[in-house]
Design a protein around this ligand. Structure first.
Ligand code: NAD
Length: 504
């Protein structure tokens, strides 16, 4: 049971190495705020290079025995870990709500999505199996196996302190690797809870270590030759940096970046359904989701009937602290981020978009937390920065196009390609859309098409650097190396030397 489940006292979040909290010589700390009150709720260590090196040594040592631990034993740790997350889910959700701000049931939902990856990892004995062919030549057999890489690191963003780390480390560990997590400094407490629960589940010390901090910690991990692979999720500029640095240092890398997700509304769509979908996908979690819908593209004459349904629904969104379960939307993560989102609303107005709902004037903005009301722009154009850039807040921009082809072209020309959706009753339009669209995850009448744990999550274009998405079989492939063995036993060799290429 974690010491951090009591969210009232101010806590200090440090590094977890070799099965426990380890003291650092660094005196650099950052403040973590309760985003609904604006008050400090924790402080988090900014690790030094030396701290990171200590964690790497621990991970290196643990790899020697963990990589040789039978796969069934590794699976059993995952089974136990799953039970412990289920036991503590509500307490973990309360911490996420305090630090991040999202409403409690949304926080719990995000834990559930991460838990599903743990469930997938429980099947590791089957997932990691190689292939076997006997008699590929006379007396010759070929088999393949997947072996762990070594030390893997995960660098994660603020918006999903439970789900995104859970996309990574359960699979990495189940595959026989050791793992160092560098969580977001904005909501770091969950990272220590994962470490505590894994220890309680029977994971040997050093297999999972946690390093708190900023770019100093990240760059030390990326540049260290003992680290074999880096998984990153966060903004595109940092994803690009992680991808380039990891590649330069010869590491395997998957780096998931930012997004601008479009939802196309065809004239035959059920507008009530579209409006409901937009409320959840645009404003849920205050728009701080990489799969949030931020651009609505209405085709033909669908704009007016949609607005008729959408605007009253926006007005009915209840905003307030996430621990009040009657609220639909909580605050943004920090005062700085609130300011950034607010400045995008100023910009949209300056750029000439029509402001239909102005989140800056919502009465919740006067409270102490980092709250901003929902915003809706109409008549945005593809030249505007409010359309081109990721805002990562409760701001929807609407665009009107004449045809399906125009909508597809618009989306394909955008630099990001994380998620997209189309709402229509027409199977042909939906099929054409999923075939032609240059985006990694596509929803048909589903606004946030996040694939479940046994599929794979990943965008295209500047939303993902590297070739593998996270979790699912792509995750197993990412965290293992394939080895193929061709074998022949002595009777074959006794037949004498061969000087020419064997013909099978
Ligand atoms: P961020 O890029 O600021 O931070 C992500 C991580 O990188 C954090 O751990 C942070 O400490 C570290 N970091 C920040 N600056 C760094 C630097 N200069 N050098 C090295 N490391 C650095 O992202 P964020 O603000 O925490 O999260 C929001 C972003 O994450 C959004 O852009 C969102 O779209 C994206 N995101 C993407 C996905 C996806 O699956 N594609 C999922 C969740 C979030």
């Amino acid at each position: 049971m974690s010491n951090f489940y009591d969210i009232k006292p101010k806590r200090t979040i440090e590094n977890w190495v070799d099965g426990g909290i380890i003291k650092s010589k660094s005196d650099r700390f950052e403040i973590v705020t309760d985003s609904a009150t604006g008050k400090e709720c924790a402080s988090v260590l900014m690790s030094s290079k030396e701290d990171v090196l200590v964690a790497i040594e621990s991970s290196k040592k643990a790899f020697e025995s963990w990589s040789k631990t039978p796969v069934l034993k590794r699976a059993r740790v995952m089974f136990k870990f799953k039970e412990l997350i289920e036991r503590d889910k509500k307490k973990i959700a309360a911490i996420i709500t305090q630090e991040h701000g999202k409403v409690l049931d949304d926080a719990e939902g995000s834990i559930q999505r991460g838990l599903e990856v743990v469930e997938f990892a429980c099947g590791i004995p089957h997932l990691i199996k190689g292939e076997f062919n006997d008699q590929v030549g006379t007396g010759v057999d070929t088999f393949s196996m997947r072996q762990p890489l070594g030390i893997c690191v995960g660098i994660t963003p603020f918006n999903f302190p439970a789900m995104v780390p859970l996309w990574m480390f359960p699979l990495a560990i189940a595959c026989g690797n050791t793992f160092i997590l560098k969580p977001s400094e904005k909501d770091p407490t969950c990272s220590i809870i994962w470490a505590e629960l894994l220890k309680e589940a029977g994971l040997p010390d050093g297999v999972f270590n946690v390093i708190q901090g900023d770019h100093v910690a990240v760059n030390t991990l990326l540049e260290n030759e003992s680290v074999a692979a880096s998984s990153f999720v966060g903004s595109t500029p940092v994803a690009e940096h992680v991808y380039k640095t990891s590649s330069e240092y010869g590491k395997r890398v998957q780096a998931l970046g930012g997004a601008k997700n479009h939802l196309v509304v065809m004239p035959d769509a059920d507008m009530e359904q579209v409006a409901d979908a937009l409320i959840g996908a645009g404003y849920g979690s205050a728009g701080e989701r990489c799969m949030a819908i931020s651009a609505v593209v209405t085709v033909g004459d669908s704009a007016e009937p949609l607005l008729e349904k959408l605007i009253p629904k926006i007005a009915s969104i209840k905003i307030g602290p996430g621990n009040d379960i009657s609220n639909h939307m909580g605050p943004l993560i920090t005062a700085e981020h609130k300011e950034k989102v607010r400045s995008y609303i100023d910009l949209g107005e300056k750029e000439g978009a029509k402001l239909l709902v102005d989140g800056r004037t919502h009465e919740i903005c006067n409270s102490d937390g980092f709250f901003l009301g929902p915003t809706l722009f109409d008549f945005t154009s593809k030249e505007m920065r409010v359309y081109k850039e990721e805002i990562f807040g409760p701001v929807l921009t609407m665009m009107r196009v004449d045809s399906f082809d125009e909508a597809v072209q618009l989306i394909n020309e955008h630099e990001f390609g994380n998620g997209t959706a189309i709402f229509t009753r027409d199977g042909d339009a939906a099929r054409e859309f999923s075939n032609k669209i240059e985006v990694g995850m596509v929803g048909i009448n589903v606004p946030i098409p996040v694939p479940l744990a046994f599929h794979t999550f990943g965008g295209w274009k500047r939303s993902l650097f590297g070739c593998n998405g996270v979790y699912g079989m792509e995750g197993i492939r990412f965290y293992t190396r394939l080895k193929t063995v061709t074998s022949r036993w002595p009777t074959g060799i006794r037949s004498g030397a061969e000087f020419s290429m064997p013909i099978i």
